[in-house]
Design a protein around this ligand. Sequence first.
Ligand SMILES: Nc1ncnc2c1ncn2[C@@H]1O[C@H](COP(=O)(O)OP(=O)(O)OP(=O)(O)O)[C@@H](O)[C@H]1O
Ligand SMILES: [Mg+2]
Length: 272
Amino acid sequence: MIKFKNVSFDYGDDENKINALKDISLTIEDGEFVAILGHNGSGKSTLARLINGLLAPSHGEGLVDGSSTVDSSAVWRIRQQVGMVFQNPDNQIIASRVEEDVAFGPENLGCEPAKIRARVDEALAVVGMRELAHSDPHLLSGGQKQRVAIAGALAMKPKYLVFDEATSMLDPKGREEIVATTRRLNSDYGITIIFITHIPEEAALAGRVVVLSGGTIAMDGTPQAVFSDVDAAAALGIGVPKARLLAHGLERAGIDIPGSILTVDDLVAALC
Ligand SMILES: Nc1ncnc2c1ncn2[C@@H]1O[C@H](COP(=O)(O)OP(=O)(O)OP(=O)(O)O)[C@@H](O)[C@H]1O
Ligand SMILES: [Mg+2]
């Protein structure tokens, strides 16, 4: 379980302080698929970096499986338990062969060679990249590069995976590949997913949506609940999925349509 208790985080010094997160309390249970949705500068990446101890709270406490993220005896275990996948796939590639890239993490953990081989093969199989194990990662598509980055995180055997806008530099096909992979990691492998995005359609696929605004939690609930109030979502700068917006327009035009519509399939089912 990930637990944040009254966490605040400030960048800069006393004179130029930027209060990026303000008194955040949040619990993420094992096995959840949580989307963190928020406009630019709302504090999403700061929250991601606090979860695995890359940043330490200015106030309050962050706990991963009961250990504080600032406890120096626990921080290496926490970083192994909480994998991160970032926005730019090119910045995450370090080797000139896919399998060497994926092996980097377990090598640093000091795993023995046979174990590294097994972990690399398994991680590449999970993300559907085993045939490209000998390829140069720099020559892959954006979606494939991100899948290599996910395999690298998986090879560490994490319990939690944090995706910080991991789809934002990809084309629609690449986005689909990554979203489908994250859903499989959650449903088939039980990995807890924290999926940071500014795209309402992606957040709508999560079991729970936490909305950040100005460094505070503005909403926390099911996608249906979070996107039910179109005007409130607009005021928070997050918007709603396009299908929800269209349904809202039809509703205002007097058509009887459920408020729970989030996807095109929902809309088609309701109208036809
Ligand atoms: N290294 C830094 N130094 C100073 N201020 C920072 C730093 N990183 C972020 N900030 C500020 O902290 C606030 C939160 O930033 P953060 O990057 O967490 O937001 P975000 O929601 O991830 O934004 P984006 O959607 O642009 O990725 C913003 O006001 C930002 O300008
Ligand atoms: Mg960010």
